[in-house]
Write a protein that binds this ligand. Structure first.
Ligand SMILES: [Zn+2]
Length: 282
C-alpha cells in the first residue's frame, strides 16, 4: 500500500484512484452485466423474456438492490451516494443480476411457482432462512461466474479501459481487494455489538474503520444498513461461506467448474434450508 502511517487512510487514498468517473458508470455496469449474463446463460436456460431495468438512485442504506417484479423481470438499483469503485461493477452485476438475485427469483418463479404450482413461493419473506441462501448464492455466484484469474483479465482488459482507468494497475488493485475482502467478517462483529447495545454508534464506526478498513462515509452507510436490516448483515459473508463449503463439498471446487455450476444452479432451483446445507458440508 503506498504512503506511510495509518493503513485504513492509506487504503482509502489508494482506492480513490479506482472510482469509476460519474459519466462512465452506466457503460461499465452494462458491460459487466452483459458478461455475467453471457456466462450464466452458458450453463442454464433462463425463462424466455427475462429482463431487468437498471436505475441509479440516492439516499439508500445499501449499495445495490434487486427488486423482483415477477414475470421474470427485475429492477436493479445502484446507489450513487458514494463513489463506485471499479470492482463493484462485477460484484453488483453478478450479485443483483446473473447468476445472483435476478436469476434466483426468476428460477423460483419458473420452477416452483409456475412449474409446480407452489403459490407460497411467490411470497419472499426477507427476514427468513431463505435469505441466508439467497445472499450466500448471490455473493458466491461472483466467483462461480468469474474465477479469480478470469475476473482479473476481464476487469483489466474490458472494465478498466471503459472506466478510463490504467489497466496496468489492475493486478495490484485486484490483489488488494482480495485481501481486504477477508476482513468482511469484522463487520458482523460491529453489527452484533452495536445491535446488542454494547457499543455506541461511534465505537462501531471506529471499529469498521480500523478493522474492516472502511472510510468514515462508508462506515456510516454501513451503520445505516445495521439500523435498517439488523442481523440480516450476516447473510452475506456467512451465507457465502455456507454456500461455498456446500458446493465444494459436492465436488464443485474451483478445479471442477462444470460441477461447480451444476451444484450452484441446483441450489437456486430447489428449496433447501441452511441447516441441510451445513449438514451436507460437514
Ligand atoms: Zn443481495
Amino acid at each position: 500500500m503506498p504512503g506511510q502511517g495509518d493503513v485504513a487512510e492509506r487504503y482509502e487514498a489508494y482506492r480513490r484512484g479506482f472510482a469509476i468517473p460519474d459519466g462512465k458508470v452506466d457503460a461499465v455496469f452494462r458491460a459487466a452485466i452483459a458478461a455475467c449474463r453471457e456466462r450464466t446463460l452458458a450453463h442454464v436456460a433462463l425463462p424466455a423474456g427475462e429482463s431487468f431495468t437498471l436505475e441509479y438512485v440516492k439516499d439508500k442504506p445499501w449499495s445495490g438492490y434487486n427488486w423482483y417484479k415477477g414475470n421474470f423481470t427485475s429492477v436493479i438499483q445502484v446507489n450513487t451516494d458514494l463513489p463506485i469503485y471499479i470492482d463493484r461493477a462485477l460484484d453488483l452485476a453478478c450479485h443483483e443480476g446473473y447468476p445472483g438475485h435476478h436469476v434466483y427469483n426468476a428460477l423460483i418463479e419458473e420452477q416452483l411457482v409456475r412449474g409446480r404450482g407452489w403459490i407460497e413461493w411467490s411470497v419472499y419473506p426477507l427476514f427468513s432462512p431463505q435469505s441466508l441462501i439467497a445472499e450466500g448464492t448471490a455473493n458466491f455466484g461472483i466467483a462461480v461466474a468469474f474465477p479469480e484469474a478470469e475476473r482479473l483479465a476481464f476487469e483489466r482488459d474490458v472494465l478498466f479501459p471503459l472506466a478510463g482507468l490504467d489497466p496496468a494497475q489492475a493486478a495490484r488493485y485486484h490483489e488488494v481487494q482480495r485481501l481486504v475482502g477477508r476482513l468482511s467478517h469484522a463487520g458482523n462483529e460491529a453489527a452484533r455489538r452495536y445491535l446488542d447495545g454494547t457499543w455506541s454508534r461511534e465505537t462501531a464506526i471506529g471499529w469498521l474503520e480500523n478493522h474492516a478498513l472502511m472510510g468514515p462515509d462508508r462506515a456510516a452507510q454501513r451503520l445505516r444498513f445495521f439500523d435498517t436490516y439488523r442481523s440480516y448483515v450476516i447473510n452475506y459473508n456467512l451465507g457465502e461461506d455456507l454456500v461455498r463449503d456446500y458446493v465444494n463439498g459436492q465436488g464443485g471446487d474451483e478445479q471442477h467448474p462444470a460441477r461447480r455450476w451444476e451444484v450452484f444452479l441446483d441450489l437456486l432451483r430447489q428449496p433447501k434450508l441452511p441447516s441441510a446445507l451445513a449438514g451436507a458440508a460437514r
